[in-house]
Design a protein around this ligand. Structure first.
Ligand SMILES: Cc1ncc(COP(=O)(O)O)c(C=O)c1O
Length: 398
């Protein structure tokens, strides 16, 4: 049977991983500045994470949500402590799209309304509602198209105010990434997030923070929204939550009340996923990874700003992006195939860095040096010099 061919693949097979490195089948080592798309939070195969999953596996891996699963409560307690949101409620799911899907459903159950405000360049996942709130026509099927979602320009306070003046009472929820990931590392301003909070309060709308990529400590605070001193009504989480074990969740403010049967999932909150998620939080706490990500991010951003050739370096903590000019368009490929470094991208010309929160100083320097060399080799001057040299070599061969 063939695999359904939807992924454009790099021609690499990874067979081993540890910390911020992965190895291919030929034993070649790669530095992972991409974290498998912001998923690797505490580092590949962290020994505490491996041990906790193994120990849990020997006891019980799964039972459905028809019985008590005490490890879910342990996870909720720990998450409340590490995130500072211990008065919130936790609902566990399996992925980022599922988290956003449930967040929007819950908002609509809560206030009985159906208009969702999302933003240009947003990415919220590929399930029905999540994709309808995603600003990419290419992945929205006719079946997902809906008039219930309106897209407004990101960070445009005047447009948001105007929209609420006319449609405010109909708005069920506003969903926003504090830093857009797939959209190219675009940072919401603090005053924009504060305005969303005010408008949601005034109009009985639910503020949903999609923290699937920018949350879980990546930006140097547990939630990206914490930088703005703003509290959402629902936070959605996934990627970094399990360090590669599939697990997602939503944190729900106390004023939103549950009802039996209103949400549900077979696999969400299974024993193994909770063990993985607990291990992640324990390591984040023990190794002080949120502060670590903040410091490491500042170091990387400051150094990147001094590098000629790349433009518009931006980000917070270890969620960083920069623009690559046309003449360096092969930079990401070069980093991967010539320097053995994985980075992320955002179309058309952004390189995204989403490494493990435990990236070391030495690994950061390794990346920065490689980046400078790669830029030098690709830059038009270097290319010209290279061509002259090649021509000379050809002539001498003659
Ligand atoms: C901000 C954001 N929300 C939601 C998702 C969807 O998550 P998943 O792929 O786990 O469904 C992603 C994935 O990239 C994301 O970046």
């Amino acid at each position: 049977m063939k695999l359904f061919d939807v992924y454009p693949l790099n021609d690499i097979t990874i067979t081993k991983a540890q910390g911020s490195y992965v190895w291919d089948e030929n034993g070649v080592q790669y530095l992972d500045m991409y974290g498998g798309h912001a998923v690797i939070s505490i580092g590949h195969t962290h020994p505490h994470w491996v041990k906790r999953i193994e120990d849990q596996l020997e006891k019980i891996a799964f039972y459905s949500n028809s019985v008590h699963i005490p490890i879910q409560q342990q996870l909720a307690d720990k998450l409340g402590k590490v995130s500072g949101k211990d008065d919130f409620q936790l609902f566990l799911v399996n992925s980022g799209a599922e988290a956003n899907e449930n967040a929007m459903k819950l908002a609509s159950f809560h206030n009985g309304k159906k208009k969702i405000v999302a933003f240009k360049k947003a990415f919220h996942g590929r399930t029905s509602l999540a994709v309808a709130a995603t600003d990419n026509k290419a992945i929205v099927t006719p079946l997902n198209e809906t008039d219930n979602v309106d897209f407004l320009p990101y960070n445009d306070e005047a447009a948001l105010k105007r929209y609420f003046q006319t449609n405010g009472k109909e708005v069920c929820a506003v969903i926003i990434e504090g830093i857009q990931g797939v959209g190219g590392i675009n940072i919401a301003t603090e005053s924009f997030l504060q305005l969303i909070r005010r408008l949601c309060d005034q109009n009985d709308a639910v503020f949903i923070a999609d923290e699937v990529q920018c949350g879980y400590g990546r930006t140097g605070k547990f939630f990206c929204l914490d930088h703005a001193g703003v509290q959402a009504d629902i936070y959605t989480m996934a990627k970094g939550m399990g360090n590669g074990f599939p697990v997602g969740g939503i944190l729900i403010a106390p004023h939103i009340q549950p009802k039996h049967g209103m949400l549900g999932t077979t696999f969400g909150g299974n024993h193994l996923a909770c063990a993985a998620a607990l291990a992640v939080l324990e390591v984040i706490e023990d190794e002080n990874l949120i502060e670590f990500a903040k410091q490491r991010g500042m170091y990387l951003i400051n150094r990147l700003k001094t590098i000629d050739g790349i433009e518009n370096v931006r980000g917070k903590g270890l969620m960083i992006g920069f623009d690559v000019p046309e003449e360096l368009k092969d930079l990401r490929k070069k980093l991967l195939y010539d320097f053995n470094i994985f980075t992320g991208e955002a179309k058309p010309n952004v390189i995204r860095l989403l490494p493990s929160l435990a990236l070391s100083r030495k690994q950061s320097d390794e990346f920065l040096e490689a980046l400078q060399e790669a830029i030098a080799e690709l830059s038009p001057k270097a290319k010209k010099a290279g061509n002259v040299q090649q021509e000379e070599e050809v002539r001498t061969q003659d």
